[in-house]
Design a protein around this ligand. Structure first.
Ligand code: 1PR
Length: 562
């Protein structure tokens, strides 16, 4: 029997490649919806809305899809799976509206309004593994275990109200709020989480839905009611970073530096190291290993992007295309996300075009390093004016804040006293006795660098992070050059200073050497995720050992299906 053909509503906004891959991984074929008439004829539609509500609804309007979709959804008997914005657009309206408008109208299938999480009360966006979503009476959860977590990334949510209770299939808790994490009525199913990024759990959710469509059980579901008592919890994420570059033979390799120096020491006793580039493996196969071992997210960083033309030299495109075929957790790509003018042709690529190519290749988030520092400097110099033109602003406006990570690469500058930099506005922090400077200095500020630590700028990591948040960044990958590769633990003073100054999530990076370092950074600072590279590449510690250590110490970590 030939399997059902899935009609995919890909309106060209973001990372739909992974949804395609999740459908294909379950053995189904895909037909792209490219014109409105295909909606009327579809047997089953999957709508992976990606980006912002306002751009999703605008594109649906422009393409003439709104009325056909309303027709398709009208009597609830035609199978539909909406993901993230594919769920939010089913509601009556959203606060994620075009500038100057308070709300924007949606498809109006489900009663209720989509609203924003309050930054004053919680970290926004809600990023990470949460949920334990399950409903025993719905066939879509047939292959999902009650204890498994799924991946969320969103700043807006649909609250449960009296009028949409009969739609609500599961609810999830975040920051004191309970929101709708999935809905079902008849054959219409939708989820706020991303099954295509929820590992094997997510693949099994897609499988449950498509199987129920195929065997007709999707329509015969009993009335479903959410369990009002059920509480869920966002877990702390363990992220693996792969620093990627060409080695001296032109091969793309994963490498890893000590304080950003990635070359082998040539002779014993030489500490600066000027030998060959360290080669720790191939990017895609190493990433696949980490996916199978339980990494919650994977970041690929093109660490020599500053040397080349951005568009002519995008080796990461192929890496992402290949990786996203078999890796179903969030993928971040960094290095070279900026506007760029080709010196030969004079052609200019803006940062949004560069990012779009990465999103289409399979990235879920882009990470912006050097360009963030430049944007923050201009923002501060202008007294806090937004131009709407920076890479952070343009990408965030189009794809949503959750798709924009900033990568900060600071170095410690030791100073004698707390007010040593008062005239510069650098945030000075006090160090633990174990962290004092070379002359016993008790204080330091964190000086931002660009081009992978090669050039230092007169601005501190806290100031850059706050400016980037104001410009629309959704998350901060917070490195520390002094700690990188040292295996002495994360820089807690830096993590505290930044995570207490912003409301967006912070990923602690640089310095992890064992399980205890993860537990320490999660218990002693506000960070939401912690990243390591070297200790995993060298197989010194397993990801599962880190998570077990966290759990033993009361820190929630992801439960997943192997
Ligand atoms: O400036 O936007 O083109 O982005 C360049 C990106 O490349 C930035 O994210 C920057 O951090 C990264 N990068 C540039 N040069 C290096 C280098 O190492 N020479 N790597 C580099 C930064 C930081 C982490 C690292 C952690 C954990 N690597 O990814 O993996 O420090 O390491 P550890 O657990 O082994 O201590 P742009």
């Amino acid at each position: 029997m030939t399997k059902l053909k899935v009609s995919l509503l890909d309106y060209g906004a973001g990372n739909v490649r992974s949804v395609r891959n999740a459908i294909m991984a379950n053995g189904y074929e895909i037909e792209d919806i490219t014109e409105p008439s295909q909606i009327d004829e579809a047997k089953v539609i999957i709508f992976p809305g990606v980006g912002s509500y306002r751009s999703a609804m605008t594109v649906l309007e422009e393409k003439g899809y709104v009325e056909p979709l309303r027709r398709y959804l009208a009597d609830g008997t035609r199978p539909y799976l909406g993901i993230c914005l594919g769920m939010q657009t089913l509601f009556q309206s959203s606060e994620e509206a075009p500038d100057g408008q308070e709300t924007m109208e949606g498809l109006g299938v489900i009663p209720g309004h989509v609203i924003k999480f309050d930054e004053k009360e919680m970290t926004v966006p809600h990023i990470g593994w949460n949920g334990r979503v399950h409903h025993q009476d719905s066939p879509v959860f047939k292959y999902v275990n009650e204890k498994e977590d799924v991946y969320f990334v969103h700043s807006y949510y649909a609250p449960i109200v009296e009028e949409n209770k009969d739609w609500t299939l599961t609810s999830t808790n975040y920051g004191g709020k309970k929101f709708i994490s999935s809905v079902q009525k008849g054959a219409i199913v939708a989820c706020q989480f991303h099954p295509e990024k929820s590992g094997k759990t997510g693949l099994n959710f897609v499988k449950g839905f498509l199987e129920a469509v195929e065997n007709g059980s999707i329509n015969s579901s009993k009335p479903l009611n959410v369990d009002p008592e059920k509480e869920t919890q966002l877990v702390k994420r363990v992220v693996v970073a792969l620093d990627v570059r060409q080695n001296d033979h032109g091969d793309l390799v994963v490498t890893k530096g000590d304080q950003y120096d990635v070359r082998e020491n040539e002779k014993e006793g030489v500490t600066t190291g000027r030998g060959g580039v360290r080669n720790l493996g191939k990017p895609v196969s190493l990433a696949a290993r980490y996916y199978n071992e339980g990494a919650d997210e994977i970041a690929f960083l093109n660490i020599t992007s500053f040397r080349h033309g951005v568009v002519e030299d995008m080796p990461m495109l192929q890496v992402l295309e290949e990786a996203s075929r078999s890796i179903f957790v969030p993928l971040t790509v960094g290095g070279g996300i900026r506007s760029y003018t080709d010196p030969d042709s004079g052609k200019t690529w803006d940062a949004l075009e560069v990012a779009s190519r990465y999103f289409r290749a399979g990235a879920d988030k882009v990470s912006i390093g050097s360009d963030t520092v430049t944007a923050a400097e201009a923002y501060i110099a202008s007294g806090g004016k937004k131009t709407g033109q920076t890479s952070i602003e343009t990408i965030s406006h189009h794809y949503g804040a959750q798709a924009v990570v900033i990568s900060v690469d600071p170095k410690r500058v030791y100073v004698e006293s707390k007010d040593a930099c008062a005239n510069k506005n650098h945030v000075v922090v006090e160090l633990d006795d174990s962290q004092l400077g070379p002359n016993g200095e008790k204080f330091c500020w964190y000086q931002c660098t660009v081009m992978g630590g090669r050039e230092a700028r007169d601005i501190c990591a806290v100031t850059v992070s706050k400016a980037a948040e104001a410009l629309g960044a959704g998350e901060i990958m917070l490195n520390c050059i002094d700690m990188d590769g040292q295996c002495n633990g994360f820089d807690h003073a830096l993590m505290k200073a930044v995570s207490e100054a912003v409301t967006i999530p912070v990923i602690a990076s640089s310095g992890a050497g064992n399980e205890q370092h993860f537990t320490d950074v999660f218990t002693q600072t506000q960070v939401q995720a912690a990243l390591a590279a070297g200790m995993f590449h060298r197989k010194e510690v397993e990801i599962e050992a880190v998570k077990q250590h966290m759990r033993k110490n009361g820190i929630p970590s992801r439960t997943w299906s192997h």
